[in-house]
Design a protein around this ligand. Sequence first.
Ligand code: MV4
Length: 529
Amino acid sequence: MKILIANRGEIAVRIIRACREMGLPTVAVYSDCDRDARHVREADQAFHIGASEAVKSYLRIDAVVDAAKRAGADAVHPGYGFLAENAAFARACADAGLTFIGPSADAIALMGSKTAAREAAIKAGVPVVPGTERPLDERVGVEEIARMADSIGYPLVVKAVAGGGGKGMRAVDDRASLPAAIRSARSEAGSAFGDTTIYLERRLHRPRHIEIQLLGDRHGTVVPFVERECSIQRRHQKVVEESPSIAVTPELRRRIASAAAAVARAVSYSNAGTIEFLLDENGAFYFLEMNTRLQVEHPVTEMVTSMDLVHWQIRIARGEKLTIDPERALTPQGHAIECRIYAEDPDEGFLPSPGMIRGLRPAAGPGVRDDGGVSVGYTVPVFYDSMIAKLVAWGETRDHAVRRMSRALREYEVLGIQTTIPFFVWLMRQPEYVEGRYDTTYLDTLLASRNGKSFSEVTGEDEELASIAAALDTYLRSRPAFPPSPTPRRTPVASAEAGHGPATAGAGARGPAGGLSWKELGRREALRG
Ligand code: MV4
């Protein structure tokens, strides 16, 4: 089975890894600005599908299907984003004789309507947040909606039926602010989805976002996994995810997982999917929506279950039966945390920081997984989501995982652009985060209270490193690039630290004049400054 990956960046690289492990040939697709991208180089074949703008390349159903045909691919993996939850794309693949590695077009379409999804949950006996069951299109007037709102009760939220992820969502505290909220929710939903239909839900107070990964095969078996905790979000974008959640007991885990599986079975779901829930302060949970794709944060589930979700997606698409032990899927081994590393400057309000990657050293070592999507020399474009890597840390306990993540973040080097790494280093030290005392309102509130203070706290260690770098720079500039006379190589450095520091790195590297170690010279430079 030859697989075309209809995506780019880290998820395309992730899928290519699974295909290679299974001995399956891969086909990449790319836009103008992705000509030299990592996913293009790592696939067996690559096809150009259009200009840099996503609508002219990665969002073009015809171009992707055509590339699959030209390549002689048998199947298409959509990844996440782009065409992953586009029912027309799933249908176009089927029509072209290509196996779509995902759910059926009908399941995608059904769950794309948030009110239809709520209905499916209610039918499956799963709790939903009290709200409206009927989608409210433009013909339903504000007065009628206000009467519904009164019976639901305030505070509430206006949500877009075609929405998800907070787009077209408005919080409403009282009846007076309802008309404006309806108007702006409709307007945002109209431009984002071409559909102004809305619905209402009672607003939960400081909920946690908990989600259940599941797999369904084509023979009716659904296996739910241990939950992911995704409450650390910035403006409705997840930035840190964990598994398991410290707010979920083994008993609650079983109840949420059974609820998720019941929704999936009610719609005969196959392949990978995720059911999102809100968990309130009393431990009550409510169905929110279903994501009919492999999600960005799937690695934390893989780390605590030692299972490969992409392998299973491919096996399910080939018609195989799920042979996973349900108990293993539901029992976390240790704890995993994921940080989404973006090409953004946290000190400039997370402004995108596109540009060329001039140096890259991902973190490694025990319990660390780097799902990267870029390489040195690649220019991070302005056209797409700017996530360049996902860093995942595993530990025996949550505390261990937090410490490991802190270590890995400090080890991670990206030169040439700004990244969100300094923000994560800071977050991993916040007492509320370390103790797990947070909900979906935590991060936005915390960031608002900082008033733009820099995340890059300068430590004594940083100062020492900076002065070593300055001394090294001064020394290297003071000597000719090509020594005019033959100089003996590997002259021993007159220091106890010889062989450990940067002094022995690189061709012709020698100790600084005067027999001092780099560290010592650095300290002297620092004192002079
Ligand atoms: C809510 C809610 C409170 N009550 N629904 C935002 C994204 C979308 N998936 C659902 N969202 C919310 N829906 C009710 N009835 C609070 C949120 C919410 C939120 C949810 C998950 C993660 C972060 C969030 C941040 C703000 C609000």
